[in-house]
Design a protein around this ligand. Structure first.
Ligand code: PMP
Length: 406
């Protein structure tokens, strides 16, 4: 028995995709990255409209200097776990900055956001406990649930009454964790956190909110959707990542729970892996400090998001949300095949967006996902709308009409 035979259908699908296209949509190489919004792909200058670089921090001069200095001073890596030789001054410093950024007592940094969800969820719930989660949750949340031995109870996306119905049927004295995301990354829609937190508290559930796509983007101080909805104090655990607005790599969990520090000894994806390299934590530290005060950048990001949403809607595309709720704007494609052809034609025109397809997408949709950066100029956003419109008309994805007058 060849253990790889279970992948045959995936191999067939991948080969079909490659046949349709000269470029494999899941194997694009950035030969050179010029700025947060421009790269060279396949020899062509390409506008990046599909990265998580919401605040453009990857090329921030202070972030780069901090990284370079730490690399020179502390070396290329720690070669050890946080609980052995892998905690440097920089790891402590970034945890301290995170506590200040969120105004909370404890912060624990992981090597990725994926590991933060995997580790925290699987450690705080166990056999006999319940996890309630939105059906559209990120893979790292599902994987954390799987690793936990708890009873996993999904509910309909962003549906507060579905959540309440499930909670009301659970044993009153059982341990319960509600897991939500601030912004859901496929459609870019926001969770009704305030309402759901109220329901969770009524039934004695603790709440974890993954703010991966909302940190830096939402809230007066960029703390995310919970800050924006004025309910940050009621969240028990915030999960975040350095791989989006922060502009580097790493993950974290923030909490006010008085016993939170015990996670450092009990959370396996924290203990049994090497810690982040010194240049990464130094870059993250500088970036987070700047994000707290980046109101003008946030304003530009929102202006870009609204401009793109408006332009695509006016052109006649079917979008994932009626109004822009985050820095993610998704176009719903009629089929996987049409989505791939459109994606590929956009790339030929020098525009890179993400192609998202089942099973990662809600309701088996094929999406072309755009994500904006505060560093996109309005000219770039208008140029992107022009490319979408031109290619959309050629491929009959939008109705022909006088685009200028609509
Ligand atoms: N949570 C969510 C909601 C995400 O979208 C992602 C990554 N896209 C992660 C966690 C994982 O983050 P990281 O890239 O740091 O592993």
């Amino acid at each position: 028995m060849d253990l790889f035979s279970k992948f045959d259908h995936v191999i067939a699908e991948r080969d079909r995709l490659i046949e349709l296209n000269e470029v494999n949509p899941f194997d694009v190489v950035m030969d050179q990255v010029i700025s947060p919004t421009v790269a060279i792909c396949g020899g062509r200058e390409t506008m990046l409209l599909g990265t998580y670089n919401y605040m453009g921090m990857t090329f921030d001069p202070d972030v780069i200097t901090a990284g370079k200095e730490a690399l020179a001073e502390f070396g290329a890596g720690t070669t050890g776990s946080r609980v052995f030789n892998g905690t440097y001054a920089g790891h402590r410093a970034v945890e301290q900055i995170l506590c200040e950024f969120y105004g909370m007592n404890h912060a624990m940094v992981f090597s990725t956001g994926y590991q933060a969800n995997l580790g925290i969820i699987s450690t705080i719930v166990g056999k006999g406990d319940y996890i309630l989660l939105d059906i559209d949750s990120h893979a790292s949340i599902w994987d954390g649930c799987k690793m936990s031995d708890a009873e996993v109870v999904p509910f309909k996306h962003n549906d507060s009454s579905a959540l309440e119905r499930r909670l009301s049927r659970m044993p009153a004295d059982a341990g319960k964790l509600l897991v939500l995301e601030g912004v859901y990354s496929m459609l870019g829609d926001v969770a009704p956190l305030r309402e759901m937190l109220g329901i969770a508290k009524k039934y004695g559930a603790m709440v974890l909110v993954d703010e991966a796509h909302s940190m830096g983007v939402l809230g007066r101080n960029g703390r995310g959707a919970a800050e924006d909805q004025d309910c940050l104090d009621e969240v028990d655990f915030i999960i975040g990542t350095f791989s989006k607005s922060v502009g580097t790599v790493g993950g974290f969990c923030i909490s006010n729970h008085p016993k939170f520090e015990i996670m450092r000894l009990t959370c396996r994806p924290y203990v049994f892996t090497a810690s982040l390299p010194p240049n990464v934590v130094a870059a993250a530290c500088t970036s987070i400090k700047k994000l707290a005060h980046a109101r003008e950048k946030r304003r530009r990001l929102w202006e870009n998001s609204r401009t793109l949403h408006e332009g695509l809607k006016t052109a006649g595309f079917q979008l994932g949300v009626d109004e822009p709720q985050s820095a993610i704007i998704s176009l719903i494609m009629p089929s996987l095949k049409r989505g791939i052809l459109f994606w590929s034609a956009l790339l030929d025109e020098g525009l890179y967006v993400n192609l998202a397809r089942p099973p990662a997408t809600p309701a088996h949709m094929t999406l072309l996902r755009c994500s904006l950066c505060a560093d996109h100029t309005l000219d770039q956003v208008r140029q992107a709308i022009d490319i979408f419109t031109r290619v959309g008309l050629t491929q009959s994805l939008i109705p022909y009409r006088d685009q200028r007058n609509d």
